[in-house]
Design a protein around this ligand. Sequence first.
Ligand code: DLZ
Length: 158
Amino acid sequence: MSTQNSDLSNYDVSKVPSGVGLTIGLVVSNWNEDITESLYSGAYDTLLNCGVISDNIKRIDVPGSFELVFGSKKMIQSGVDVVIAIGCVIKGETEHFNYICQSVSKGIIDLNINFDIPVVFCVLTDNIKQQSIDRSGGKFGNKGVEAAITALQLANLN
Ligand code: DLZ
């Protein structure tokens, strides 16, 4: 779904399920770190705003998006209520982009099928860096904010 010309990160906190009492795991890829840190901040601030306490927001760092699946599995096993996998893959000159994007999306689907703890996909898959900037606190909002809201909705299902 395209986010062109829209900022989907404005939310009404009264319509988001409360985060009070929840423990949330954020798994952060260090590739394109400036982008993933902005996504992390967007998610973290949103969780706080929706009632999650800072002590209940856990963080694991992984080297790149390919490792988000393993990091998310470890986070699930640590006993959190929901996981957000944060990454940014930017297309280069080779096929690497396709392999990483397919691996991480398929891996996160597998985790969602095999565990009862939801894992939210907060991975930007962009052609150029400007598209990532626009979606990590720029003109198209912050996908970290949207991922945090999705996480609270999924935790509420459980
Ligand atoms: C190797 C690689 C490349 C080329 N590009 C990215 C990228 O744009 N975003 C990202 O998150 N990670 C990238 N990586 C690193 C891989 O995800 C992974 O960390 C390595 O292949 C080691 O398994």
